[in-house]
Design a protein. Structure first.
Length: 287
């Protein structure tokens, strides 16, 4: 590691046992317009954030066909192609967009296949490193939804399969169909309903990607629940929230998102924070 690649201080993880990533990644949802709808107000700024993330050593970029929709994937391709050898793109399908802040599950196998093909085209890749079922659609058997992703992997269009917003029982049902490399659920310092699922994933060798790792900014506030701990440590509140996630489990792959280069650099600096046992315990007590 060099000082030019601070994200690498977060350590590494092998998705599916064979796909190495730097643990502290980047989530692209915030690069779109209001309500995760339409293009960003500052397109060049969005591209600059993505390029700076690579410079800082970030290798895992998480996106979805529904972000924009299509906007985030298009920005990633414009900013990062040709992709560096160590860059890993994770995308998702399974949510239909009908307007700003509107998300409708759609897990028909043919739709999932269509969206995979379109993501391949937009991203400009021959295979998607990690293709995730964005939501389980109750209108169709989970076996059929995951089964279609497994077929895409068998065809070489997908390298690894992941799930999002699932229970332990659903993960086990999906694993009966195909290997599951990652699970992405809402999880952060103050929202821990998925804690049993995280422990399950760690025990089973499944990567755990917490979305909204900063509680949509609540954990970043200077007057928020981490304000005093941050002042004591000489860090930003968001940095402690991310450092706690990284310490919580070696299977955790946080993907904080931002449209600001300054915020990106601050978030990535969290990779270098080494929490003492007492500091971790004090943060762990925050709810």
């Amino acid at each position: 590691m060099t000082d030019a690649k601070p994200a690498q201080a977060s350590g590494s993880y092998r998705i599916g046992g064979d796909l190495p990533v730097v643990r502290l990644g980047y989530g692209a949802m915030q690069l779109t317009g209001p309500g995760v709808w339409g293009p960003p107000a500052d397109r060049e700024g969005a591209l600059a954030v993505l390029r700076r993330a690579v410079e800082l050593g970030v290798t895992l970029f998480d996106t979805a066909d529904s972000y924009g929709p299509t906007v985030a994937e298009e920005l990633i391709a414009e900013a990062l192609r040709p992709y560096a050898d160590d860059v890993v793109i994770a995308t998702k399908a399974g949510l239909l967009r009908t307007g700003p802040d509107a998300w409708v599950p759609l897990g028909h196998p043919s739709y999932l296949r269509q969206q995979c093909e379109l993501s391949l085209r937009r991203l400009g890749v021959e295979a998607i490193d990690l293709f995730q079922l964005h939501r389980v659609d109750p209108a169709y058997p989970l076996e059929d939804q995951v089964g279609e992703l497994a077929k895409l992997r068998e065809e070489g269009k997908v390298r690894h399969v992941g799930l999002s917003e699932v229970s332990i029982a659903q993960v086990e049902e999906a694993r009966a169909v195909t290997e599951i490399a990652t699970v992405q659920n809402l999880f952060n310092l103050t929202t821990r309903d998925a804690e049993p699922l995280l422990d399950y994933c760690e025990a089973e060798g499944i990567g755990f990607i917490p979305w909204f790792p900063l509680a949509t900014g609540e954990l970043s506030k200077q007057d928020g629940p981490l304000a005093q701990a941050a002042a004591d440590h000489g860090a930003e509140p968001a940095q402690l929230a991310l450092a706690w996630l990284l310490r919580r489990s070696p299977a955790v792959l946080p993907i904080p998102g931002t449209k600001s280069v300054d915020h990106l650099e601050s978030n990535v600096a969290a990779a270098g924070i080494d929490l003492s046992d007492d500091e971790f315990a004090a943060l762990d007590a925050v709810r």
